[in-house]
Every structure is written in C-alpha cells, then in structure tokens.
Write a protein that binds this ligand. Structure first.
Ligand code: ADP
Ligand code: ZN
Length: 615
C-alpha cells in the first residue's frame, strides 16, 4: 500500500485516500473481486487507476459512454498515465495502432464499451486472451440491472467475463444507492466471493433546499443573478417549459442553452459540450440530460418541477459538486406537480407498475411536504442508511421554526378525519374543513358536523398541518394511488384533550450559514480564465486540467514558489511540471499587486477543514 499511496501523491497530487478507496485498492491488489459502491464524486476511478499503475499487465475498463471514456483518458494523459479508448469514433487505423501499442505494453489502461467484447467473431476476446490482462474494471455497473435507472442490455453479456478470464480480478463500481440494484449486480456479474465496499451515500457538500413553487420564476432569477459565475443545471418537466425558460434566461443575458430529446442530436451534443467546456454556464434541461456528465464544477441543480421519485431526485441533485465544493440543490414544490405526476404514473394495463410508480411518488411527496425534519436524514434513511437528526445544511435544519399551541387546529383536523370515517385523502378532508363548494365534495358530507369549520384557515396552512401530523404519527396515510388519511393510536389522546400539540407556526427565512474558507475571489476568476485557455489549447474540458477545488486552494493559500504547489490538492508531479509555472505566475502577480502574503503555512488546518466538509 506504500506504493499506492506514493502514486496517489505523485501522479494524482492527492494527500489522502477517501472513503473506501484504500480498502478497495488493497482488495484488488490482492487479486480479489470487488464491488465498490460510492456516491458520485466519491472517487471511484482511482480504485482501479491506481492498481492499473501497479500491475504489470493491462487494465481494461468497461464504460458505457463514449464521452466519459474520452474525458477520462484525457485526464489520465494529463497525468502522464498511458491510456487509450477504443470506440466507434476511431478509424480502423487508429484502432489497430492502439492494439499494437497494447501488445507492446505501452498502454496501462484501455477503455471500452461492453459490446466490444462479444462481437460475433470473438476476435477481440481472443486478442485479450493473447495478452497479459491484470484487471477488469466495470464502471457504472448498475447498467447490468433491470432494476437500475439505466439498464443497458449489452452489459448483461459481461456475466461471461469470469468464465473467459477466471483468474483476472474484476472490480465493479457504481453510485447506485438502491439495495435491489446492488444485489442484482452481484448476481449478474458472477463475481468470485467479492469484497463489497459500501460508502455512505451522504453528499455532504450538497445543501438541500425545498421551496414552495409560488413565484418560482422570480426566485430563480434572483438566485441566478447572485450566481452568475457558477455553472448549474436547471431541470424542468416538459420540453416546452425547457425551451421557454431557456429563452427567457437568454433574453435576460444569462449564458444558457436548452437540452431535451426533442432537439436535433447535433444541437443536443453541441449544447452539452458547450456546458461541459464551461463555454456556457447554465443548461436548462429535461431529465434526458445528465447521464454520464462528469463535469465536476456544477455548483447548483435546480428542479423547477418535482422529480417523480426520490431515486431520481438523488441522482439528479447528485450531479452537483463532484469536486467536493459546496453546492446547492433547490427544488420548487407544488401540489400541482403532484397531480401531473400522478397521471404520468398511471400505466395502462399494468396495475403492478402503476402501483410501484405511485408508491414512489407518494414517498417523494412526503419528502417534500415535511418541512421540519432534516432532508438529508430523510434521504439517507430512504436508502437504508442511518443519519443523526440534523445536518445543518438543508432548509429544514437551517430554518428557525417557532412552535405554538396548535391543539385546537389539530383537533379540528382529527375530528374531520373521524367524521369522514377515514375514507378520503388529505385534500378532500381539507376541502371539507374549508367548506368547499367544489363538485368533488359529496352532497352527504356537506351535511356533516364540522363541514366548513376551518374556513378561516388557508389551504396551504391546513396542508402543512396535516403533513406535520402525519410526519409525527398523529395521522397515517394508507394506499398509494390515492392515499387516504387514517387515525392512529396517537390520534385519540389529542382528540380527547389529553395531549397538547405544538405546531410549526412561523418560519423564518432559511438562510444557509455556510462558513466558507476565505479566498481571493478575483484571483479565483483569473485562475479559471487561465484554465479555460489551457483547456481550449489542449482540446479538453476545463475540469480535466484542474478541478475547481484545486483553483480554490490556490486562491486561498496563495503559494509563491513551485514546491508550495505540491501542497495544493490536485498538483501531482506531472501537472506541476506541465502547469505549475503559468498558474503560479498568476498567483504571484496577483499577490504582488495587492501586497498579499502567502498563507501556505496554514495549509494543514485547511486540509482538516476541507476533509470534514467534503468526505
Ligand atoms: P466518481 O467516479 O466516484 O464520481 P471520480 O473518480 O470522478 O468520482 O472522482 C471525483 C473527483 O474527486 C475527481 O476530481 C478526482 O480526481 C477527485 N478525487 C478522487 N480521489 C481523491 C482523493 N483521495 N483526494 C482528493 N481528490 C480525489
Ligand atoms: Zn438537515
């Protein structure tokens, strides 16, 4: 492991392993099969890239997307790690050159799409058998599972791996948090007594906010105005709303492009590339956008409409902050969306599917409706992980709630449920309380006691009250498609006056109080500009040169000499030689102009801080 550590420092410029990296690398070096479950941005790639450098033979990496392969290989090359990819974008000649280089052991990592292996003539398989293969890495391994969100039939063929190469270790990697998919991966891949590494799926650097959808456009504009320098993804449900929003933002001078399946493939690819290369800041998209986006400096993900389940929400928000820096996930929530999504969840002729989709939707609604308990805890619990009661970085944790005696209102709500004999959903009970004249209201119910008794309280307020009662177990919801509210054991004691209930009454503005490391913002901007130029010259996305985290460290610690740079995360020996001078020059000049002193000697403290904020 000594050597693994050395490589981490000298080649990749990182001080310490993260999460399960070290254990996973150890297992692979011991020639064991492994499954690595790590959240996005956790650092899965190093788990096979470092062994690849230590093994004598070739490491073959299976990856589902051409764009991902290309960027990974560019990144490796910048660290002087001999690597290549084979895919349909290359000419035959280029491909045979690569194979020749592999044969001569000039290449350590070879990236491929899964369909390569089992092409009819099995030529490629024979080729691999004729050379020294040390390791197979299967990236995005959830693609093998029908349960997963991104099933790819060609991945199923990979189950034959172990038969063809019984003695070559296989490491499978995924960011899928869902347990069914995990189990499925293990079964389908036929791994030999694999070691399984499960990291926490907590994305500490992502701060979660859910806001009511009223005036969401204006709220969005205010937010974007404050984050003009940042990259972000804005998700909307329909193509039409994507187009409209992108147009409006463009009109207001934002650097933005739309992305959805209705656009020409060329336009789509172009918009995605512009975004990845930082040539535009904002992409407005349907959920068609995002798979395989490796861009590390996405600072915010905004949902203008509610995602259809918690898995999608986690997946989509997870595209923020791969570089470990603070990022925000904001979701605008409304009841209207729930209605829409309920309709989409109705799959004709497939009651089973409908039931699953509606149940997942209801869970998402619960997640949004609950305003007072920690979002992060809710998310992690959903994925079967424990978490303390508060995280300090979600709207629930950051909001000050004032509680007041809500016993009277709670009793009205509970009586209404009782009167209606637990046969209706929340909305109906609220309509009843408010004395609604809507056609949906049954004539007979309008004659019951309590009808209209809560007319002085707004619908919104009732909703929040009901969901609080549900969250706290005073009421329960039953059924998926149209969940009804029911009594629980706890309801009784409130109704008969034995228990007082304190309810959320006043909510002060949620303000993220984030302690940020002080850095020189202008310098940060200059460094980004330099990175942009270098990326353009090298024909790679900016984050492949350096992540935002590296630039931020430069702008914080203000190194003045080349050796100082080695203390900056992301500067390995190769990058130091290649990029050290120009970046240092920008920092030194900046400090000279402003008479700023270096803070590199404070670096140690910072690392501890950074770690607690990112890993
Ligand atoms: P994943 O594939 O799990 O989403 P990546 O392998 O792309 O994550 O890594 C995410 C980012 O974190 C990359 O910029 C990578 O270089 C960086 N990284 C990985 N391991 C470490 C580490 N031990 N210390 C600091 N940064 C790391
Ligand atoms: Zn929280």
């Amino acid at each position: 492991m000594q050597r693994a550590r050395q490589i981490l420092k000298s080649r990749f410029g990182y001080e310490e392993f993260r999460l399960d990296q070290e254990n996973a690398i150890q297992a692979v070096l011991n020639k064991k099969d492994a499954l690595v479950l790590m959240p996005t941005g956790g650092g899965k790639s190093l788990c096979y890239q470092i062994p690849a450098l230590l093994f004598d033979g070739l490491t073959v990496v299976i990856s589902p997307l051409i764009s991902l392969m290309r960027d990974q290989v560019s990144a490796l090359k910048l660290n002087d790690i001999p690597s290549a990819f084979l895919n349909s974008t290359l000419t035959d000649r280029e491909q045979s050159e690569i194979l020749a280089a592999v044969r001569k052991k000039e290449i350590k990592l070879l990236y491929l799409a899964p369909e390569r292996f089992f092409a009819q003539d099995a030529l490629f398989l024979d080729f691999l058998k004729s050379i020294d293969v040390s390791l197979f890495a299967i990236d995005e391994a959830h693609c093998i599972s029908q349960w997963g969100h991104d099933f790819r039939p060609e991945y199923l063929k990979l189950s034959a791996f172990k038969r063809h190469f019984p003695s070559v270790p296989v490491i499978a990697l995924t960011a899928t948090a869902d347990t069914l998919t995990r189990k499925d991966i293990l079964e389908k891949l036929n791994l030999n007594r694999p070691e399984v590494f499960v990291s926490s799926f907590d994305r500490k650097n992502i701060h979660y906010f859910i806001r009511p959808k009223q005036e969401s456009r204006q709220k969005l504009l205010d937010y974007l105005e404050k984050h003009r320098e940042d990259s972000g993804i804005i998700y909307a449900l329909s193509r039409q709303s994507v187009d409209d929003l992108a147009k409006e933002l463009e009109k207001r001078g934002f650097s933005v492009k739309p992305y959805h399946a209705g656009l020409d493939k060329d336009d789509r690819d172009e918009h995605q590339d512009l975004f990845i290369q930082d040539k535009i800041k904002i992409i407005v998209a349907t959920i068609a956008f995002g798979m395989g986006i490796d861009k590390s400096n996405v600072r915010y993900v905004i949902h203008m409409d509610m995602p259809k389940n918690i898995e999608s929400y986690y997946q989509e928000t997870g595209r923020a902050g791969r570089d470990g820096l603070k990022s925000e996930a904001i979701l605008f929530y409304s009841q209207g969306d729930v209605m829409k999504l309920r309709k989409f969840a109705q799959i004709e002729g497939n009651p089973r599917q409908t039931e699953i989709l509606t149940r997942k939707l209801s869970q998402m609604v619960r997640f949004c409706e609950n305003k007072t308990s920690c979002r992060r805890k809710h998310l992690l619990n959903y994925f079967g992980e424990n978490y303390p009661d508060t995280c300090g970085s979600c709207d629930a944790c950051l909001t000050e709630y004032e509680k007041a005696d809500g016993t009277a209102e709670a009793r009205m709500a509970l009586s209404a449920v009782l009167t209606l004999r637990g046969r209706y959903g929340v909305n109906y009970v609220i309509d009843f309380l408010r004395g609604s004249k809507s056609a949906k209201m049954r004539e007979a119910d309008t004659k019951l006691a309590g009808y209209g008794s809560g007319a002085s309280i707004s619908k919104e307020k009732w909703r929040s009250l009901f969901y609080e009662l549900i969250e706290r177990g005073y009421l329960a919801q039953q059924g998926d498609e149209y969940p009804i509210v029911k009594f629980t054991e706890k309801s009784e004691s409130v109704l008969n006056g034995e228990e007082k209930i304190m309810l959320v009454q006043f909510v002060s503005q949620a303000q993220a109080v984030v302690v940020e490391l002080p850095h020189e913002e202008e310098l940060f901007t200059k460094l980004k500009a330099l990175r942009f130029d270098m990326a353009r010259a090298a024909g790679v996305p900016a984050y492949v040169i350096f992540s935002d985290a590296t630039l931020l460290e430069l702008a914080t610690y203000l190194p003045q000499e080349m050796p100082d740079l080695l203390r900056i995360s992301g500067f390995g020996e190769t990058k130091l030689a290649r990029y050290g001078e120009p970046f240092l020059k920008v920092v030194v000049n900046y400090c000279r102009e402003r008479e700023l002193a270096s803070k590199i000697h404070q670096k140690k403290d910072k690392r501890i801080k950074l770690r607690s904020a990112t890993s």
